[in-house]
Design a protein around this ligand. Sequence first.
Ligand SMILES: Cc1cc2nc3c(=O)[nH]c(=O)nc-3n(C[C@H](O)[C@H](O)[C@H](O)COP(=O)(O)OP(=O)(O)OC[C@H]3O[C@@H](n4cnc5c(N)ncnc54)[C@H](O)[C@@H]3O)c2cc1C
Length: 372
Amino acid sequence: MSQPDVIVVGGGLVGAACAQQLAIRQISVRILESGSEEGVASAAAAGMLAPLAESAPENPLLSLSVRGRDLYHELAPALKEETGIDIGLWNEGILQLALSTGEAARLTHEIAWQRQRGFKLDWLSPDDLHDRYPGLTPEAVGGKLAPEDGGLEPEALLKAFLASAKRHGAELSRGVRVEEVVVENSTAVGVKADGKTISAGAVVLAAGAWSGGIGGLPRPLSVEPIRGQMLAVNWPADEPRAIVYAQSGYVMYRNGEALAGTTMEYAGFDAVSTIEGIERVQEIMGTIYPALAGAETKRRWAGLRPGSPDGNPFVGQDADVEALWYATGHGRNGVLLAGITGEIIAQLFVGAPIEYDIAPIDPRRFWQITRR
Ligand SMILES: Cc1cc2nc3c(=O)[nH]c(=O)nc-3n(C[C@H](O)[C@H](O)[C@H](O)COP(=O)(O)OP(=O)(O)OC[C@H]3O[C@@H](n4cnc5c(N)ncnc54)[C@H](O)[C@@H]3O)c2cc1C
């Protein structure tokens, strides 16, 4: 490919979604993916689409997150038809379990607020819980059900985004570790990798937890790695598939397994799973489904979420440098938000109007604006 319109730095879910949406709009794209980072978040993710469990009612990102979830209902069949890849979308609800009356009060308060904002939620009594999820702990005093939330398979989604991007002309270069963004006359003109400049009309920074370490940026980008540990065991026999949160952890059905997570740790770029972390996750899993207490762990792993100062991603253009774009900092919800991030970046790039509020993710919210 001769000089592309856009270089996307990072081929995780967010970079792949941006590349796909740009390529669909006839913009030439080259993705540069180092392929050598330990703890890539997209490979570690559970795959939940949980806007209503993950956002406090007053969170300004809530509406955008629900929109991000619903976008997969369009993307799933379109990607299947185009690439043949099924992203495993399902939406049978996500349950947040109350294990005390205090928790029940907090969750019913959340239901009231989220319903008021127009979203569907139900309160399940202990009897409802038993009928619907017979294997759940009998200690539960109730549960908040977001009936339209669900999940997908992150690995399949990544493959599908990349396959679709390539079909629309995007190029993926693996083994290229970007060192810095090259800026001339206040405009991004490419990147430097292995000491050589690769030119492009614009640069989209989508390097996950590593984004802040890339040189040449006009100001520090506060994206920090937040480690999450997970494990997989066999799904309890005869139990209907489900996604259940309790005590800051969760258990999710995926492909016949129960994936349990997770921790939120500031441990730098050390992407190992630890005995303490896994014991904590096992404890949460056994609390939610007593049949899983002591279950044999089939796999355990850790990944690095790209955390931002306010928990919301950076999606959009730099305040001062032309042609420099950010699509990073998605923290706990980068699977949920990958699709909509790609859509927003591509629409902003071509100057198409966006009909919903993207102020909560505008990178300029943190920075003094010197140019509009
Ligand atoms: C344990 C765990 C569970 C999670 N579960 C969920 C969930 O259920 N639902 C949800 O919505 N979100 C979940 N997340 C969060 C989600 O995984 C992330 O927010 C999302 O994957 C971030 O995608 P990304 O593309 O920005 O980053 P990444 O997936 O980390 O991708 C960044 C890419 O950039 C590449 N790269 C880095 N530096 C360079 C460089 N210098 N040059 C070139 N390439 C580079 C890396 O190799 C990598 O491929 C989870 C995260 C973890 C860790």
